[in-house]
Design a protein around this ligand. Structure first.
Ligand code: PLP
Ligand code: COI
Length: 339
């Protein structure tokens, strides 16, 4: 095990020993190979550089209470990468290749999987890029798929403490029929101005509305959104948000806890009616939201008691993390044990 101050790790890049790669060329995928190089070289006309042919994934591996390493919902990330690849006309990565690459990346970097009880985990970043050159706007005929890993701490520095986020109308993350459901870099580029500004103005994150009507909540910069009230878990139904695997899992956990799970449009004014709000995602896990500030209308929506996470969010968090850390029975079959 590496001598790392695990408990103080930020959510950031940390050099591990290996990354894993495969190449699509002449109509077929290569075998996986391991590399110690942090750099890639590519053609100057590569489509990922010019036309945004790029998609990524994010998932975590956890060291459990029993010392075993568990990866969370690996298969769902594989499926979503296929969805993203198809969405921007890239060569999809065969799902078995995707999963093998992730498992290999964890195994080869096992010493970077943070110990149980440190609050840190190993973040995996699968990446698919068009590396074949084109000058006309066309899909590439060559692709590189790689997975790198980085031990990480919490995405929001507060950890499981309520944050303040900022709702904006003067920027959109994704167009109504655009690329919002794909995990492609362009969506993040589109979110950067609003995101950086929200941080400069003292907020942990930005909250985007639907781009068409600007009436309904879409999602946060790096996470999905949910609210809770009277035994209901409500989360936005929208064609322009990423289908969060964490949110999918929370919906199942919420139903299991006896909550009524509803996916529907959530109008901004309705925020006043809810008891709890949260952002959820691989990096964000569940980040309770204490306040949403509507930047244009200068209205604050507050949730629960200041500085304290809500009861239902806390229970969801404990159940989710309990499964990821092997403390609770994985009755849904969500984890893959890396042996
Ligand atoms: N929404 C966006 C824009 C994200 O970047 C992420 C992170 O992956 C999520 C939602 C959460 O998705 P998941 O729970 O699959 O990590
Ligand atoms: C994730 O949660 O995996 C993300 O991709 C969010 C962000 C770091 C882009």
């Amino acid at each position: 095990m590496e001598n790392i101050n695990w408990a103080e790790l930020p959510f950031g890049y940390f050099k591990a020993d290996y990354n894993v790669r495969a190449y699509f060329k002449n109509g077929r995928w290569s075998e996986l190979e391991a590399s110690t190089d942090e750099n890639i070289t590519m053609h100057i006309a590569a489509t990922c550089l010019h036309y945004g042919q790029q998609a990524f994934e994010g998932l975590k591996a956890y060291r459990g209470k029993d010392g075993k390493i568990r990866m969370f919902r690996l298969e769902e990330n594989a499926k979503r990468m296929t969805h993203s690849a198809n969405g921007i006309k890239m060569q999809p990565v065969p799902e078995n290749l995707f999963m093998d690459a992730c498992i290999k990346a964890v195994k080869m970097n096992e010493k970077f999987v943070p110990p149980y009880g440190t609050g840190a985990s190993l973040y995996l970043r699968p990446l698919l890029i068009g590396t074949g050159g084109q000058v006309g706007v066309k899909p590439a005929d060559e692709y590189t798929f790689l997975v790198f890993v980085s031990p990480v701490g919490p995405y929001f520095k507060t950890g499981f403490k309520p944050v303040k986020i900022q709702l904006v109308r003067d920027f959109d993350r994704a167009a109504p029929l655009g690329t919002g459901t794909y995990k492609v870099g362009g969506n993040y580029a589109a979110s950067l101005q609003a995101s950086v500004r929200s941080q400069e103005e003292g907020f942990a994150s930005v909250l985007f509305l639907d781009a068409k009507e600007k009436k309904y909540i879409d999602e946060a910069g790096p996470a999905n959104f949910f609210v809770i009230k009277d035994g209901e878990y409500v989360t936005p139904k929208s064609h322009s948000i990423l289908r969060s695997i964490t949110n999918m899992s929370l919906r199942e956990l919420a139903a299991d806890m006896g909550l009524n799970v509803v996916e529907r449009s959530i109008a901004v004014e309705e925020l006043a009616n809810f008891d709890e709000a949260g952002a959820c995602g691989t990096a964000a896990v569940i980040t309770p939201i204490g306040e949403i500030f509507d930047r244009e209308k200068k209205i604050s929506y507050k949730f629960g008691q200041e500085g304290v996470a809500g009861k239902v969010s806390t229970e969801l968090y404990n159940r989710l993390l309990g499964i990821q850390l092997g403390e609770l029975e994985d009755k849904f079959g969500w984890t893959t044990i890396v042996e």
